[in-house]
Design a binder for this molecule. Sequence first.
Ligand code: GUN
Length: 300
Amino acid sequence: MAAKILSGKEIAQEIRSQIKAEVDELKNKHGIIPGLVTILVGENPASVSYVKAKQKTAHELGFYSIQENLPEDVSEDELLKLIDKYNKDPKIHGILVQLPLPKHINENKILYAIDPRKDVDGFHPVNVGKMVIGEPGFIPCTPYGILVMLSKAGCQVEGAEVVVVGRSNIVGKPVAILLMQKRKPVGNATVTVCHTATKDVAFHTRRADILIVAAGRPKVITADMVKEGAVVIDVGVNRIGTTPEGKAILCGDVDFENVKEKASVITPVPGGVGPMTITMLMKNTLESAKAWHGLPSEVA
Ligand code: GUN
């Protein structure tokens, strides 16, 4: 069976149209413009391209948006000062510090310094805690995008065996927590998390009705590791070369060409989870703006 290709690009487009309509209404009715600052430290090519895409989308949706570029050797103190400035800026409702940060900067110290009410990445411990206990708050953008994709694709999540490969704070851990929450329609799953110390990853992945891969290694999930008819969500974005024009050649963590013959649904790379991550960042920023102005919001 050849899988249905689940295009994040198409779903993202649909959600972006809804966000744009809401932004226009917020502006016209209440004079509110959602504001986002993205902070980039250094020139990691992947981070540069992610931040560019986030800024481009923010502009297209009519947000007030600022890009801060800091040199690789910026001090922790300078970065903290900048965060403090935007914590106090009433025009800004969302602060995103692109990760990873250079080694001399304590990542947690930076993430903890962001006002939790502007933490549109959902990485502050206050928001992580709220997510774990099922309270409204900011949900990290990639896991949020995955939930929306599963919902739009009509996947049966309740009661499903979900296997997550990878335990990062950005994807693996939060997506596992969200899918095990007692919540319909996208929740109530039985979740297994595989990581670098898992003895036999294939033993687990072969049992998965829904397989979510965020391992950060190109094509580690091969067709023999996937159950016939499984839903496969590939979060990996690996740069495996460059075109003669200088564009990065990307591939996922899943061997797409072979796994698509076995899965029932599969996300491509690029054009799968990536566009959803950016879209959910915009959604979080919009909801943050509403909450700051006392309007009904999904995050408050
Ligand atoms: N680096 C990789 N993914 C992300 C993300 O979702 N947010 C931030 N801030 N950095 C990242």
